[in-house]
Write a protein that binds this ligand. Structure first.
Ligand code: TRP
Length: 342
């Protein structure tokens, strides 16, 4: 492993941060604890770029692109409603910056198909996708397009989940080859920034929270379904009477309290009591319900005041300034390649 991985506190004002999401649906609490809160924190520390990867999302939605477009708006609304500030973070649309596609093409010569197929992140994603033996070249190329996204902005710090680290390795590998072959240093290697929160499990306790599995609590969850979801959370099937001793491990309510309740000690005490017996699931769930309502209510309220018109203003503004940066890098890249014509 040659990608250096450091925590969020290693980011300084000399860094350039780039993160992004595929617009595949509204965002949920897993995104909130895993990445959105970090982004809100980072935007006061250094230059931050936030990419909505609609081109990448197309590879799983090429037969219904209209859905991708709608999700771009929804995802941006989620960003704004949790406090990502467009005056601090440049939010932009991938497909509106053709320089990213162009850079992808130059980079494609510097990595073999076999190397892409060996990528663990790609292998895992393949299992959850429907194309089985019919991998498209667009999908296989994601790591290369991601390399273009990162290097076009000379990003030095890329916050990702642990499962995405192999993608950053591919990126750095291509950067080194490029700089080596073309005797330049225009492209910069990056390091991964790992969040200190592990992935949030779904309300069923089975898999990580995901919209497509229907086991996630969305940031725009309505109060009634919020309550329903919390009260259907997986606890301990053997904990029937309040007085029964209960199991904390694998108990989703405790996992969520660990992630969202701000008094750690209180939760630790509650866990001890729960294991002894005497704490009911209903009481626990009510506690979590109150806690999550307090977090989600202001987000939902802010979201309801954000118009589509404003979202597009933010996105077009962000894209315009991001494109300036990307096209300057592209100019340097073409210079390095010698592909400049009178
Ligand atoms: N692959 C990311 C996702 O699954 C989105 C993405 C595209 C990205 N390009 C990136 C993330 C560059 C970080 C850096 O949502």
């Amino acid at each position: 492993m040659d990608v250096k991985n450091t925590g969020i506190n290693s980011v300084t004002n000399a860094d350039i941060v780039l993160t992004g999401d595929r617009p595949s649906g509204c965002l949920h609490l897993g995104h909130y604890v895993g990445s959105l809160q970090n982004r809100v924190f980072l935007q006061d520390k250094c230059k931050c770029f936030l990419l909505i990867a609609d081109v990448q999302a197309l590879s799983a939605n090429f037969d219904h692109p209209e859905q991708v477009k709608q999700n771009v708006v929804e995802v941006c609304k989620d960003y704004l409603s949790v406090g990502i500030d467009p005056n601090k973070t440049t939010i932009f649309i991938q497909s509106m910056i053709p320089e990213l596609t162009e850079l992808t093409v130059y980079a494609m010569n510097l990595i073999s198909v076999a190397r892409l197929e060996r990528n663990p992140t790609v292998k895992v994603e393949l299992q959850t996708k429907s194309f089985a033996d019919n991998i498209t070249s667009g999908f296989l190329n994601h790591p290369v397009s991601q390399m273009a996204d990162i290097t076009a902005f000379k990003a030095t710090a890329v916050p990702v989940g642990e499962d995405q680290l192999p993608l950053l390795e591919v990126s750095n590998e291509i950067v080194r080859r490029f700089n080596n072959i073309y005797k330049t240093d225009v492209l910069k290697e990056c390091r991964g920034i790992l969040s200190n929160v592990t992935r949030l499990v779904g309300i069923d306790g089975k898999a990580k929270a995901s919209k497509s599995l229907g086991n996630a609590i969305m940031l725009c969850e309505e109060p009634s379904s919020l309550k329903e979801k919390i009260f259907s959370m997986y606890t301990d099937p053997k904990h029937i009477k309040v007085s029964d001793p209960g199991c904390v491990k694998g108990n989703v309510v405790f996992t969520y309290l660990d992630a969202f309740w701000n008094d750690e000690e209180e939760i630790e005490e509650l866990k001890t009591q729960y294991e002894k017996g005497g704490v009911g699931d209903i009481a626990l769930k009510s506690m979590l319900h109150k806690c999550l309502s307090n977090i989600l209510e202001p987000i939902r309220e802010k979201r309801s005041r954000i118009s589509e018109k404003y979202v597009y203003e933010v996105l077009l503004d962000g894209t315009e300034s991001a494109r300036k940066v990307a096209s300057e890098t592209l100019r340097q890249v073409k210079d390095a390649l010698g592909l400049t014509y009178p």
